[in-house]
Design a protein around this ligand. Structure first.
Ligand SMILES: CCCCCCCC/C=C\CCCCCCCC(=O)N[C@@H](Cc1ccccc1)C(=O)O
Ligand SMILES: [Zn+2]
Ligand SMILES: [Zn+2]
Length: 515
């Protein structure tokens, strides 16, 4: 009997050792042979003579744009007078764009702008560059190094709300178009510029209406480029080069309203539990029980695979073997707020409302939870998960409103077989020759959710470089962009518009990516 067990154990150990050796062999082979998704940068770089300098005039136009306080507060609550002034300023600042017979400009939904620049070849499908006119409100004004609507230049940086979200892309694309049209150039392919005025409050009066207008015109857009992820200097341990993150998809959204109604009364004679206490416990449970780590089940894995061959050995091994190491990489990512946003559906408690008097027990309390849904999850699954975690019938969970719930976006074509991704990659490499380029998804949302019906190739990329630490300036304190970075923004659009004069085809570089 004992001999039988010994024999069984010995065989089992041998099988285990064999399996381990096999796994190790696969890991090593994949690490060594993993395909490179990177191509060498094209010849033409930003130092070419046909380069638009951010001279005094262009800089002055940009800093003036920052001075318009085009704040969106809530759905339908914004700053109409500031928007009207900003729209007028744009018209005055780009006389060639606004005077050209090739350009049709429509004001949509009172303040949003839609430009159509007629291409010389009507057989080519148009493309569209999108941005937005509005900005989020100011927080912690006292902590800003320069007043938030000043556009002040300090140590080579322009400070102000909107400098990176996203008046830089709005003004940069207009500067590029103004330059091109002033030099007598007519693009071959028709180009739209679309600037919504309420992106920061769901875009229902701006981008949604622009989308309807384009749909009524029967437009099919070959690709759309909106604000989005950017070139990140310190992307991931083991990658020394900057990485240009092109978002080919976007997380879904679900804002959940939690509501508790309980007995109110005199503050001197409290019952055991209050609406505030019940709601606070429920909210804390949600914070303490995050949604499952789903790294590796969606398009986020591509983000690391595309740069795997450029990583130092240990990280290269992990990224080229996500079939095995996804749980470990997912855990590593979840250690920072930015990485965690790629790994799972996030849960943010953003509002908590209750009570209006120091000595009155509030009979009700409400909170809002802002979920951004991982591409492999649905809003229904997220709501169900929350209900189970809270497990308290006194807490009523509801979708806040219809505009705050939408699924993860479709995934746009990417990789070397996608001509639209390829033209973006080429343009990025012209402006950021050191950067690696990789697809990813957006962890925040953009106006593009209103454009899904117009194009199957929607990209979200802001052509400026920053460190991961600088990401908190977006919607935060001391939002800023360097003059050099703004210059690159202008030249990115200039090169992109020029590149779009060439036929959209695929250059066969590197290896097949199998996508
Ligand atoms: C491996 C880790 C690498 C980390 C790299 C991080 C890369 C950069 C990630 C994110 C970039 C953020 C881009 C910011 C764009 C902002 C767009 C925006 O703010 N949209 C609003 C729209 C909205 C949604 C809900 C209610 C109102 C408005 C948003 O998403 O909040
Ligand atoms: Zn934005
Ligand atoms: Zn924003």
């Amino acid at each position: 009997m004992a001999r039988g067990i010994r024999r069984f154990l010995s065989v089992a150990l041998k099988v285990l050792a064999l399996m381990l050796a096999l796994v190790l062999m696969i890991v090593v082979i994949r690490t060594v042979t993993f395909p490179s998704y990177q191509t060498s940068p094209p010849e033409c770089k930003v130092t070419d003579p046909d380069f638009i300098p951010a001279d005094e005039e262009r800089l002055a136009r940009f800093t003036s744009a920052i001075q318009f306080q085009t704040v969106s507060y809530e759905r339908g609550v914004g700053t109409p007078q500031e928007l009207a002034k900003f729209v007028h300023f744009i018209q005055k600042s780009f006389p060639t764009v606004h005077g050209s017979p090739m350009v049709r400009r429509d004001v949509v939904g009172n303040y949003s702008l839609l430009y159509r620049v007629e291409g010389s070849d009507a057989s080519l499908q148009p493309y569209m560059l999108a941005s937005h006119l509005d900005v989020v409100p100011i927080t912690e004004e006292a902590n800003w190094e320069a007043p938030p609507f000043s556009g002040q230049v300090k140590d080579g940086y322009i400070y102000g709300r909107g400098t990176i979200d996203t008046k830089h892309t709005l003004m940069g694309s207009l500067e590029a178009l103004e330059f091109l049209l002033s030099s007598g150039h007519q693009p071959k392919r028709t180009l739209y510029l679309a600037f919504g005025h309420d992106e920061e409050t769901h875009g229902v009066f701006g981008a949604k209406v622009i989308s309807k207008v384009l749909q009524q015109r029967g437009e099919e857009i070959v690709f759309i480029l909106d604000e989005g992820t950017m070139v990140v200097d310190d992307f991931f341990p083991g990658v020394s080069k900057p990485v240009a993150l092109v978002s080919v998809s976007e997380k879904g959204s679900l804002h959940v309203k939690l509501k508790v109604q309980a007995e109110g009364g005199h503050g001197s004679m409290p019952t055991k539990e209050s609406a505030i206490g019940i709601l606070a416990r429920a909210a804390k449970k949600l914070e303490d029980n995050p949604h499952p780590n789903m790294f590796g089940t969606g398009p986020e894995a591509r983000m690391l695979e595309y740069v795997a061959t450029e990583m130092t050995l240990p990280y290269r091994m992990l990224s080229s073997n996500l079939w095995l190491f996804s749980p470990l990489v997912g855990w590593l990512l979840s250690q920072t707020p930015q990485g965690n946003a790629y790994a799972r559906t996030t849960t943010a408690l953003t509002r908590f409302t209750a009570g209006n008097k120091d000595n009155v027990i509030s009979p009700e309390a409400e909170a809002i939870v802002d979920h951004r849904i991982h591409p492999m999850q649905t809003a229904e699954e997220v709501l169900e998960f929350d209900r189970k975690v809270i497990n308290d019938a006194r807490v009523v969970l509801d979708v806040k409103d219809s505009s705050s719930v939408f699924p993860p976006s479709p995934i746009s074509p990417h990789g070397k077989d996608s001509p639209t991704y390829a033209v973006l990659q080429k343009t990025i490499q012209q402006i950021f020759p050191d950067a690696l380029v990789t697809p990813t998804f957006m962890v925040a949302n953009t106006d593009t959710r209103h454009y899904w019906n117009l194009s199957s190739a929607i990209y979200r990329f802001s052509p400026s470089a920053m460190s991961v630490a600088d990401l908190k300036r977006i919607h935060g304190v001391n939002e800023r962009i360097s003059i050099k970075a703004y210059e690159k923004v202008i030249n990115f659009y200039y090169h992109l518009i020029s590149n779009m004069d060439e036929p959209l085809d695929v250059k066969h570089h590197g290896h097949t990516d199998g996508l």
